[in-house]
Design a protein around this ligand. Structure first.
Ligand SMILES: [Zn+2]
Length: 668
């Protein structure tokens, strides 16, 4: 079983600094890991600068280092029982890049980033550099066999390259280098060959060793890429380092479907990697680690070791505050299985799946990721239990599928969707989703798809009292689509479109913004049957871009109608709260683990979201569907009993107050 409390100890160190490791001491290293409550750590064999931190015959030890630092660190890990992984920088090796600029990744114009500017240059794994890298990995495996449990290879992605060696090989393979799609396919082949080379050397020396190919949290590249990792996944996602607080829950929601243990990697930095002297508020790390656990992940916190090798104890006191909380919660996390009502089909994962060959390629290349982002937010803010899925997933695990905005149906995917509906499944389509190559809905629910509206923005007028502002036309900025309801339609129209007089243009415009609605022009826009919901705008993309409150509640309305009483959790938690529910083996049966979190990231500085204040949340009501009568409900790990009621197949309790995060355990 993979540990829950990992450190990613960055150590990219310039050759222009001397005294490397001169203040390393086993005592300080041990004290830091203990104060940080750490039980797993990733340690450096080779950094982005290209230097090794151990004795080596195939690379060069850092010129400022006069002993085998990695061995000394591994000895401490062994002594105190901390799992160790070894890091090898694969994509970056600046020493090598400067010596072999022809092996740097080239775009069509040449080296993608000038050599006379500070920063790393990514190397081409399709060049002769691959052999050098594999030899370095082989040496690390031989030297440290039995002393570590995972190999972390960094800066890995399939990237089109036009270096001399790639161009020569593509010519031999008959690939036209002006055909971007063919060049991308070649880049994927290079990636496979790199993975194969690593797999071969690992199988020879340490079969079964965990192998992480780190791609910066880009997990939606498809299973064929994800499964090249061996043992577990690590999702790099530093909320303050450019990833934001939305990235991790979204990536984790997909990782949960891949049947592997996985780690959520944040950082101790105020901003991002390499920031010496930057620290988060402890509340941020308490929240981020609790969020990892609530999303089904283990934790990893990134730090960077000072060049002199001394661990910074302020950092480990900060990390310890969060990791002591994780440690106390572990009995309620281990082997717990996430419950999901909704399968949200990721447009990005579709585009990267083997099923993508069935889609219209020109359309697919236009698929963005905002629809996934918006839909993920809707899942979180609506407190739905969900996974993000690709077309290869078993759809029958879910009570409802959501196909956001432009996930069209063709071939095997279309058949799978029809089979799922045939077995009693339910689906929400929005925008162009659910249509096929002929421009019709691929599934029959007595609604015709008539195509894109020429007028944009348009308006949505609900036929019911839409929370919180009632019945009125609401502006819709995204692309809209016309539908026709046939006579035999058996469902409900929840909202109508209202068009505008004209689009805002040089020849006609009205007022400061878009044109007002023309009350004469209306028709059905949101419809729901027993098993299919349709919303005639690219509403998830719009929610990601605008965040308007009417979009959210219009979507909730349709999802709640479709889910009905099958919705597992109903809660009074405010919109920014996060809820998840797991089942866990306990005493020969199962128990439920309910994670509840609340924190509000705030933009401070320019574009940096931080968490500092965490207000208490009072009287959070939670109602969970369960077919058994609970014997007890309590807050964990404090084991504080909670009064509860059980009726109509639902257990209901109220969490009197909590700050940041809490766990509620339901035993039977
Ligand atoms: Zn190349």
């Amino acid at each position: 079983m993979l540990q829950y409390r990992q450190i990613h100890l960055d150590f990219h160190t310039s050759e222009h600094i001397s005294g490397i490791g001169s203040n390393f001491s086993p005592e300080n290293f041990e004290q830091a890991l203990k104060e940080g409550c750490v039980n797993s750590i990733t340690l450096f064999a080779k950094c982005h600068h290209g230097w090794s931190y151990h004795d080596t015959m195939v690379n060069t030890r850092h010129p400022g280092l006069d002993f085998d630092l990695l061995s000394a660190q591994l000895d401490v890990c062994k002594k105190i029982g901390v799992r160790a992984q070894i890091y090898v920088s694969a994509g970056f090796d600046e020493k090598y890049a400067v010596e072999h600029p022809n092996h740097i990744i080239h775009n069509k114009e040449g080296i993608y980033y000038p050599l006379d500017k500070p920063g790393y240059h990514r190397l081409c794994l399709g060049s002769s550099y691959l052999k050098v890298l594999v030899a370095q990995v082989e040496e690390v495996l031989e030297l440290f066999k039995g002393k570590f449990d995972g190999l972390f290879l960094d800066i890995i992605a399939s990237t089109p390259c036009y270096c001399d060696e790639c161009k020569a090989r593509m010519e031999v393979l008959g690939i036209n280098i002006d055909d971007d799609i063919a060049v991308m396919e070649y880049a994927k082949q290079v990636y496979r060959e790199y993975c194969d080379a690593i797999d071969t050397v690992v199988a020879k020396i340490i079969p079964g060793l965990h192998i992480i190919h780190n791609d910066g949290g880009a997990i939606f590249q498809g299973r064929h890429i994800a499964y090249r990792n061996v043992g577990h996944f690590e999702i790099e996602s530093l909320p303050t380092g450019g990833w934001g607080y939305d990235h991790f829950p979204k990536a984790a929601a997909y990782a949960r479907t891949l049947d592997r243990e996985f780690v959520g990697m944040t950082g101790k930095f105020h901003t991002t990697w390499g920031e010496f002297g930057g620290y988060k508020h402890p509340n941020a790390l308490l929240y981020e680690t609790a969020l990892s656990n609530a999303c089904g992940a283990r934790c990893s916190v990134g730090d960077q070791l000072h060049p002199d090798g001394e661990m910074n104890l302020a950092t480990y006191r900060l990390i310890g505050k969060a990791y002591r909380q994780v440690a106390k919660r572990e009995p309620f996390l281990i082997n717990a299985e996430n419950i999901a009502d909704v399968g949200l089909v990721s447009a990005e994962a579709c585009a990267n799946s083997p099923y993508s060959s069935d889609f219209d390629r020109s359309d697919m290349l236009a698929w963005g990721t905002d629809q996934d982002l918006g839909a993920n937010r809707i899942m979180l803010e609506g407190h739905y239990l969900y996974n993000i899925i690709d077309p290869e997933e078993d759809f029958t695990k879910y009570k409802l599928l959501i196909l956001p905005d432009n996930v069209q149906l063709n071939g095997r995917f279309e058949k799978k969707i029809k089979d799922y509906l045939g077995l009693g499944g339910k689906i929400l389509f929005t925008g162009k989703s659910g249509t096929n190559r002929n421009g019709d809905f691929a599934v029959d629910f007595s609604v015709d798809f008539l195509g894109e509206k020429q007028k944009c923005p348009s308006y949505m007028r609900p036929r019911y009292d839409l929370y919180p502002n009632g019945i009125t036309p609401y502006v819709m900025y995204s692309k809209g689509y016309y539908i026709n309801i046939r006579k035999d339609f058996k469902g409900e129209v929840r909202a109508d479109w209202v068009d505008t007089y004209f689009n805002r243009a040089a020849e006609h415009f009205c007022s400061h913004a878009h044109t007002p609605y023309d009350k004469r022009l209306t028709g059905p826009a949101i419809v729901v049957t027993d098993n299919i919901g349709y919303i005639g705008w690219e509403i998830f993309t719009e929610y990601a871009q605008k965040g308007s409150v009417h979009l959210k509640y219009a979507i909730f309305d349709v999802i709640d109608m479709l889910l009905g009483n099958d919705k597992t959790v109903i809660t009074s938690l405010p919109s920014q709260g996060v809820v998840s529910v797991f089942t866990q083996n306990f005493n020969g049966g199962r128990r439920l683990i309910n994670h509840v979190l609340y924190a509000i990231p705030k933009v401070r500085g320019k574009g940096i979201e931080i968490i500092e204040d965490i207000p208490a949340v009072f009287n959070t009501k939670v109602c969970i569907k369960t077919d058994k009568t609970p014997s007890k409900v309590y807050i964990a790990p404090e084991i504080k009993p909670l009064p509860f009621s059980y009726e109509n197949g639902r257990v209901t309790y109220s969490i009197p107050d909590f700050t940041c995060s809490t766990l509620v355990i339901i035993e039977f």
